[in-house]
Design a protein around this ligand. Structure first.
Ligand code: NIG
Ligand code: FE
Length: 412
């Protein structure tokens, strides 16, 4: 297996030793100077002083990758909530919302998510795969090395399966890791002949066993909201999915405070959105192991409030930040910009923002082999030009990584 030593890295933020939950200050950030990153195969073998590592690997056949100039190293970013498998634009919804209509009003009129369902059903698997791969190219440019991708625009056994297959196939092609999540409970399909319960039963029996055994999909999501699924509708479905071995994540508290309490009760891996969370929901999440994933892209796309990330952190929650990239509520798809912006609105330290898109986001996916730069972790890391880590968020997304490494391979 190939061994590579990369360095010297002027300033390396390993994120090592930081707590999973709660507030962080920048003084807690483990920053080391003039470091080397020693990679063996696709994992980090060691991180130490570059000169020391260079001496150690002398005459061992290790490839030396010398960095000319100053760089800041961070773990590769993890985008733990996206809907990048879709077809069609919703620019018309965006314009209608800016002209005064609400997201839920558009949904009530048969637009919104249902519009994307119609177009996604029309797309071939090849078209969906191409769409994912094109969006993944954009993600790589901002330093994302792991991305979660939801289904949820199929809403029938056949079309949801097509989406999961497309995500699975795209994952085989791209160097990034795509983690699939089944969101068949996104909204109630308007063309299903039967009750909501009957639809969810069909998904349970006819879709979930296949996606688990054939495509390794082990995550289930549901949109708990008015115009989507009520807690009573979806709870038995989620419990049955858990019994089948699926992890649960929920779209929770987006417009109304519903969903996060269910996430806590079920022991979900994460509750995402949280724009409408109040004191009770914040307290419940903070005293649980559920990751509170905030989605500034949906705030920017819908022009509404940010999720209370500051309060969640101060209460002790594990807060991740994800893009929610989707054609409706979050069309921007730029996690680095969005994480910088929520940091400025919610008064988050750099450490809290970095944690939210590195190891805490990895934990939302229960992938604890990434998100930190330390021995044994995947060799997923990014290098920004410069020596002061504060420059990165200061540029609000405009400063892009100069190098992106995934599993020991340089992508950019
Ligand atoms: O996370 N809120 C529900 N689902 C997506 C939006 C999907 C869409 O509008 O197409 C979200 O915001
Ligand atoms: Fe979403």
């Amino acid at each position: 297996m190939k061994r590579q030593l990369i360095g010297p890295v002027k300033s390396l933020l390993s994120m090592s030793g930081l707590p999973l939950k709660g507030a962080l200050t920048d003084t807690m950030l483990p920053v080391s100077q003039d470091s080397g990153i020693l990679i063996h195969g696709d994992v980090i073998e060691n991180i130490d002083s570059y000169n020391k590592l260079k001496e150690e690997v002398l005459n061992t056949g290790t490839e030396l990758i010398n960095l000319d100039g100053d760089y800041i190293a961070l773990p590769g970013f993890v985008d733990a909530h996206t809907h990048i498998c879709f077809n069609g634009s919703r620019a018309h919804d965006y314009a209608r919302r800016n002209a005064g209509m609400s997201y839920l009003d558009i949904a009530r009129m048969g637009g919104g998510i249902w519009d994307t369902v119609r177009r996604t059903r029309q797309a071939s698997k090849e078209q969906l795969i191409d769409g994912i791969l094109n969006r993944v190219e954009d993600l790589i440019k901002i330093g994302i090395t792991t991305v979660e991708v939801k289904s949820g625009y199929g809403l029938s056994v056949e079309s949801e399966l097509k989406m999961i297959q497309s995500i699975h196939e795209a994952n085989r092609i791209t160097p990034l890791d795509l983690i699939s999540t089944c969101l068949a409970a996104h909204i109630v399909p308007k063309d299903f002949a039967g009750s909501t319960t009957a639809y969810l039963d069909t998904i349970l029996k006819e879709l979930l066993p296949t996606i688990k055994s054939e495509y390794g999909c082990h995550r289930i999501d549901a949109f708990v909201e008015e115009e989507a699924y009520g807690v009573g509708d979806v709870e038995p479905y989620l419990r049955s999915a858990q019994e089948m071995g699926f992890d649960i994540t929920l779209h929770a508290d987006q417009f109304h405070p519903m969903g996060s309490a269910l996430a806590v009760e079920l022991g979900a891996v994460s509750a995402d959105h949280l724009e409408a969370s109040g004191e009770r929901e914040i307290d419940l999440l903070a005293h649980s192991d559920v990751v509170a994933t905030v989605l500034p892209g949906a705030t920017l796309g819908l022009g509404c409030a940010f999720a209370p990330a500051r309060k969640l952190l101060d209460a002790g929650a594990c807060v991740a930040i994800a893009s929610d990239w989707n054609p409706g509520s979050a069309p921007m798809g730029d996690l680095l910009t969005q994480a910088s912006i929520i940091g400025s609105f919610e008064k988050l330290s750099s450490a809290e923002v970095w944690a939210g898109i590195t190891y805490r986001a990895a934990h939302a996916l229960r992938l604890d082999d990434r998100g930190k730069l330390e021995q044994g972790q995947l060799a997923d890391f990014i290098l920004f030009a410069g020596s002061d880590f504060r420059e990165i968020l200061y540029h609000q997304g405009r400063l892009r990584p100069s190098q992106v490494w995934k599993r020991g391979n340089r992508l950019i």
